[in-house]
Design a protein around this ligand. Structure first.
Ligand code: SAH
Ligand code: SF4
Length: 415
């Protein structure tokens, strides 16, 4: 993507690495008029012969519990079956009708015609030598790939999940940005990633459970997933509808039951999306990627800052913070000589002073398309000390999975 051309991030994504056909929900854009007519008829559920066409089965993981309940009632079955089905899927990790013995045979038969289980098969699992990080290369239905990361910390396990295959935002130091945009993920594809990590912990599915409740190591005791960060491939607010739908599914208290504040959405600064989150009262944890404290410095690293200028971004963040009564996490990739000097730290301090904010510093992770060097420990500490002078708490993110390219900004599946 040319630097001076931020993508028009609206409802219609602009392809950067693939043909326009991929943006049709069916994967097909009809070319001639008769094809288009036939598609219109199909959308209305009518074949040209006049017979009704059955809609394709829905992906179970695309549905909220309420949407599932409504479908089940439409099929003329009791909503009790919907609740049971939901629990089987999210509490027991079942993805096969044979694993759901409590459902009556007649109901199963109908549900089988109406629903599919689009789990994402693991093409490759890589384990970091740090012992705490696993990266999964997952295959989508159209054979594209995405990456999901499981990270264990003392007291918690976090799934880092993707919202798009690729990314259209073009941040210069990010491997996902360097690969370009392929397509948005569906809500079900986002949910399936979290479910995969939860299943890996609990040992449902192939392989032994990762969780060892009696382990002497606090890193290995977790029995289920409690934290999700939308910090994998893609810009979540460029895929707003699917992402918030997925969040609703992940939060459901009879399903994976993730706490709202345990879901962190990281955005490059898509202002309309931030405002919409606030207006819709979506109380997740919001992280905003800053990287530059002046408009000019930010644009050099984050080209879409041209479209969403820093001053407007700060106003949107204050709006979100006030409306949601919530702290904002600002992310700052520390690049030696580029944005890690004491002057840079003072500029961040001045910019964020007075906000309810925390700064998460991320020493640059290596990517093929960017030659920068990560800031060393001493300079990172100095940066933190200056932020503290402005009353800003900060952390330096633990480096995880760098040997398997599972760190921030390193995810880039080859499609
Ligand atoms: N698109 C979203 C979320 C995915 S990136 C966003 O940009 O916020 C998650 C975080 O990793 C962002 O803060 C991003 O700026 C940071 N990041 C990207 N590339 C990086 C790299 N090479 N080293 C360190 N952090 C990086
Ligand atoms: Fe996209 Fe985020 Fe990477 Fe920027 S840092 S290219 S927004 S994934």
């Amino acid at each position: 993507m040319p630097d001076n051309q931020p993508p028009d991030v609206g409802d219609k994504p602009r392809p950067t690495s693939s043909s326009a056909n991929e943006f049709s929900p069916s994967g097909q854009i009809p070319t001639d008029i008769s094809d288009r007519r036939s598609l219109a008829r199909k959308r209305n559920g009518v074949h040209k012969s006049g017979t009704l066409i059955k809609p394709a089965p829905a992906n179970f993981y695309d549905l909220t519990r309420e949407e599932l309940r409504q479908r089940v009632v439409q099929w003329d079955f009791s909503p009790v079956h919907a609740a049971r089905l939901w629990r089987y899927a999210y509490r027991e990790g079942a993805a096969d009708w044979a694993q759901m013995p409590e459902l009556p045979a007649r109901f199963r038969e109908r549900a089988q015609q109406e629903l599919t289980w689009a789990r994402l098969p693991v093409a490759v699992e890589t384990r970091s030598t740090d012992g705490f990080t696993r990266k999964y290369l997952l295959t989508l239905a159209d054979q594209r790939s995405i990456e999901t990361v499981l990270m264990r910390y003392t007291g918690r396990v976090t799934a880092c999940i993707s919202s798009q295959a690729g990314c259209a935002m073009g941040c210069v130091f990010c491997a996902t940005g360097q690969m370009g945009f392929a397509r948005h993920l569906t809500a079900g594809e986002i949910v399936a990633q979290a479910l995969h990590v939860d299943q890996a912990l609990r040992g449902a599915g192939p392989g032994a459970p990762l969780a060892q409740p009696h382990s002497p190591s606090p890193h290995h005791r977790h029995e289920r997933l409690r934290n999700v960060v939308l910090m994998g491939m893609g810009e979540p607010l460029h895929n707003y509808e699917a992402v918030v739908h997925a969040i609703d599914i992940l939060r459901d208290e009879t399903g994976l039951a993730l706490g709202t504040r345990k879901i962190t959405l990281s955005t490059v600064g898509v202002i309309p999306g931030i405002i919409r989150l606030a207006d819709e009262g979506r109380s997740i944890s919001l992280a905003v990627s800053l990287h530059g404290a002046t408009q000019e410095e930010r644009v050099a690293l984050v080209p879409v800052a041209k479209k969403w200028p820093l001053a407007d971004l700060m106003a949107a963040c204050r709006y979100y913070s006030e409306k949601m009564q919530s702290k904002i996490f600002y992310e700052w990739t520390l690049i030696e000589g580029q944005n890690d000097t004491p002057e840079n730290a003072h500029a961040v301090g001045r910019l964020l002073q007075g906000q309810w904010a925390q700064v998460n510093l991320i020493p640059l992770n290596p990517t093929a398309g960017y030659g920068g060097v990560p800031t060393g420990q001493a300079a990172a500490k100095k940066f933190q000390a200056i932020l503290a002078e402005y009353g800003l708490p900060s952390t330096v993110r633990q480096r995880r999975g760098i040997d398997i390219a599972a760190g921030c900004g390193q995810l880039a599946a080859v499609n």
